[in-house]
Ligand binder design. Sequence first.
Ligand code: ADP
Length: 367
Amino acid sequence: MPAETHKIQANNANLERERLISLINSMADGVIAIDENAKIVLYNGAALNILDVNSSMTGKYLRNVLSVIDKNNQPVDLQSRILRIKTSEASREWRLKYPDESTVNLYTSIAPVKLGFGKLGTKGYVLLLRDITHEKSLEEERDEFISVISHELRTPIAIAEGNISNARLVASKTDAPERINKALAQAHDQINFLSSMINDLATLSRAERGKLTVDIEMINVHNFLLDLAQNYAAETASKGLSIQTDIDPTLEALQSSPLYLHEILQNFITNAIKYTEKGSITIGAKPNMDGVEFFVIDTGIGIGKSDQERIFDKFFRSEDYRTRQNNGTGLGLYITAKLAMLLHAEISMESELNKGSTFTIVVPNLQ
Ligand code: ADP
């Protein structure tokens, strides 16, 4: 190849490289590329800013310029972590720590890449860094707000609920017109819904602020489930449904949090009742290698395949008109999944549209 052609190609490559560098330099997020040994090969101005470094980082090991801590202020070995990843991953849970001990909340996105082209391409990683301290503090404020509001709303709602309940009782004992009974029943339903929504919001904001503590006790699974079934006997009967238990007699006591287990099963059961028009609800448990497997089976409207992946998402509710006939916030299963994590429990679900659903949770013995 003539020397002239070589020169043109080299110039083109240089031009291309300059373009790329000015492109990444114009990005607001910090970008750092490292090679397979975690040595820095490329970075932009925003990376220098966020890391508060004012000398060249090329050739330095990532861990020498970036120190990250987790929620509990424990150091995170980000460098080893990056070298192990196979597909891209992002996190909003870490903080960047500066030498003077001050910190900022960090969004990190890490992706394995090929540095260079063709045969010259060696393995490497690209790391994107963003300071999300402001966003995080807004999130915290929002959670704090929800927590205060839900706490403040509890008392008036409880008083209204009590009064409506009394009025219903009086109305049903006198010959009050049917219209009054109906209006009171509707008001009562709505106030109960409000109250469960407030409870959900309160639990949710506590869970998101990491404020939920787990108190472990010995649970007599048999009695626990019989009590639960008993609690819902009237509600199922008034909807023309039957409720039954299927409890393995060989079950032994379980060490876990009765409070959260109760809330989880309660969510499964109230959903089963809400989304079942005819048939039965079965609640039960059997021993499992890790602890106890609890299940709630209904013969209800079921959940379509595309919805199944999303029912544990925050605020998700199916578009099915039969779902929309019932009050709901789409928070129940999201909270349930959060509580299950606290119990190190595993939730699964099987469902067929128009046939029914089974929600299962395997709860291990905790120490
Ligand atoms: P909510 O019941 O307040 O809408 P959840 O988070 O408890 O919220 O449930 C999310 C969605 O999952 C429901 O809106 C419904 O579409 C679906 N779902 C949950 N449980 C059942 C069930 N047993 N049968 C049919 N659909 C269900």
